[in-house]
Design a protein around this ligand. Structure first.
Ligand code: FES
Length: 82
């Protein structure tokens, strides 16, 4: 089971964390992945570098609508082929 935690604290929220959640949900659906849990967190203490997320405990900063798909692929799709 993989886990994605997306910061929905006010700073990350303003930088578009809701959009990023939507993008990840769509990617999970599109790739028919059942084993990914997605949830929100309060401020992760790194607001200036938001949007902040964690994938399986690994912190990733500066997630945007533009790079979210690439990050998803790198951490969650490529991962499964190993
Ligand atoms: S609001 Fe996301 S790190 Fe602070």
């Amino acid at each position: 089971m993989n886990e994605i935690i997306i910061c929905v604290g006010s700073s990350c929220h303003l930088k578009g964390s809701e959009k990023i959640i939507e993008i990840f949900k769509k990617e999970i659906e599109k790739n028919q992945l059942q084993e990914i849990k997605i949830s929100g967190s309060f401020c992760q203490g790194n607001c200036t570098a938001g949007v902040n997320i964690e994938i399986d405990g690994q912190k990733i900063a500066a997630v945007t609508e533009e790079n979210a798909r690439g990050i998803f692929k790198k951490y969650l799709l490529d991962d499964q082929n190993e």
